[in-house]
Design a protein around this ligand. Structure first.
Ligand SMILES: CC(C)(COP(=O)(O)OP(=O)(O)OC[C@H]1O[C@@H](n2cnc3c(N)ncnc32)[C@H](O)[C@@H]1OP(=O)(O)O)[C@@H](O)C(=O)NCCC(=O)NCCS
Length: 190
């Protein structure tokens, strides 16, 4: 029996070990890690799968990112399941449950880099070419709209959330678009 629960601080070592196993120890050289280094994962969406005897066999995390000229979004990943537990629906459960939570928290746009054949089942589609993640293969960049979100119509680049914070100071943590709208009614978008 495997249960899904929120990630705790004590899980960190097991998660790192699982990610090294799934993606290799050089995983941090991947483009997507540029969006993660020095930035905290979205705490409420970080979940793990754990066996009845306490073995951590799955992890999913999301990072806040910025879409130029558009606003905040999420970057899903990494997602990893221990090889001994593949094909039991754990990945599916982690993705579906956290996407539902992301939507409930007001997030409206999720990107990821991965295999479209896997992520199609969760409603992801390959991003149109006018949405760019620099140095990443465009056919692996995928998106999913949540709630009333939408993709930018104009050319846009995925940026580290930190870019906005670096420019605007520590209080400008990116909010989900719906929260920004609620808190800034009447403000013109840039
Ligand atoms: C991809 C991964 C997360 C799937 O986890 P899982 O718990 O085995 O997945 P589920 O049991 O929910 O789903 C299994 C289904 O996904 C399919 N699947 C798994 N990896 C796939 C891939 N890369 N491409 C297409 N389909 C894939 C399986 O064939 C199976 O299909 P079926 O339902 O038709 O039998 C897991 O294999 C893993 O950790 N892989 C290594 C890390 C990785 O690639 N992470 C994803 C980032 S792109």
């Amino acid at each position: 029996m495997v249960q899904i629960r929120k990630e705790l601080e004590g899980d960190l070592l097991s998660i790192e070990t699982l990610l090294d196993l799934a993606f290799g120890t050089n995983r941090k050289s991947k483009t997507s890690y540029r969006y993660r280094s020095g930035i905290e994962a979205v705490d409420e969406l970080s979940h793990v799968a754990e066996t009845a005897d306490g073995e951590l066999v799955g992890t999913i995390r999301y990072w806040p990112i910025e879409v130029s000229g558009h606003g905040a979004a999420l970057l899903l990943g990494p997602l990893a399941i221990h090889p001994d537990y593949h094909g039991r629906g754990i990945g599916r459960a982690l993705v579906f449950s956290t996407l539902a939570q992301a939507e409930a928290f007001g997030h409206e746009l999720v990107f990821l880099v991965g295999d479209p054949d896997y992520y199609r089942r969760f409603g992801f589609a390959v991003a149109p070419r006018h949405i760019l993640m620099p140095d990443e293969a465009p056919e692996r960049l995928q998106y999913r709209i949540l709630g009333e979100g939408m993709l930018p119509a104009m050319p846009a680049t995925l940026m580290r959330a930190r870019c906005l914070r670096d420019e605007m100071g520590p209080l400008s943590l990116p909010l989900p678009l719906s929260m920004e709208r609620a808190g800034n009614a009447g403000r013109q978008s840039a």
